[in-house]
Design a binder for this molecule. Structure first.
Ligand SMILES: Cc1cc2nc3c(=O)[nH]c(=O)nc-3n(C[C@H](O)[C@H](O)[C@H](O)COP(=O)(O)O)c2cc1C
Length: 183
């Protein structure tokens, strides 16, 4: 039975829910799966494959997720790895001239606002994952902000446009991707 580690970074549990669903599908397809929050600084060794995902905030993966990739970069480079980003919210992206999911979530490859994207890209280049999938996220304005940055964004006059309210997670696409991984 292949052993798979699913590692996620999540502030408001949206990405945690995606990770749990991926794990459920992988288990139903016969894998032995461990799901773990990146904030616990999990040990990565001892698995046959890895699914690693993060919620996206202001064009960046959460630091616990990039730190997991950094800490385990050389080992992950020798194993099958799948990455996913959770975000954007429909219509929230500033990048209106593209349909590229990574650009919609993490911003441009270069130039202003590309720091978060470049960080994930350089880790990806070292690890060469089999895939990096982007899934729409969720936003509940009643769930209090978890960082100063988030508090400030929510206070902006345009926040209603930037942060559409709702749970937009694409369960069918998420499950189909997990079945692809299992295959
Ligand atoms: C303050 C704030 C900033 C966000 N910035 C981005 C962003 O730059 N790109 C993106 O794709 N999604 C962005 N989102 C949407 C989140 O990625 C989405 O809500 C996701 O589901 C959050 O995952 P989590 O619940 O696991 O923390 C942002 C959400 C908030 C609240």
């Amino acid at each position: 039975m292949p052993k798979v580690q699913v590692v996620y970074a999540s502030r408001h549990r949206g990405t945690a829910g995606i990770a749990a669903r991926i794990a459920e599908v992988l288990r139903s397809e016969g894998a032995d799966v461990v799901v773990v929050d990146a904030v616990k600084r999990p040990e990565a060794s001892g698995f046959d494959g890895y699914v690693i995902g993060s919620g996206v905030y202001i064009g960046s993966w959460l630091k616990e997720a990039t730190e997991f990739l950094e800490r385990n970069q050389s080992m992950l480079a020798t194993r099958p790895v799948w990455l996913f980003s959770s975000g954007p919210l429909p219509g929230s992206s500033k990048a209106t001239n593209t349909t590229d999911p990574l650009t919609l979530a993490l911003g441009p490859e270069e130039g202003p606002g590309s720091g978060g994207r470049r960080k994930v890209s350089s880790l990806s280049a070292a690890i060469h994952p089999r895939d990096h999938r982007v899934f729409l996220g969720a936003f509940d304005p009643n769930d209090p902000p978890k960082s100063l940055q988030e508090r400030l964004v929510r206070l902006m006059p345009a926040s209603k446009q930037i942060l559409p309210t709702g749970d937009f997670r694409e369960w069918d696409a998420i499950e189909a991707w997990a079945r692809e991984i299992a295959a």
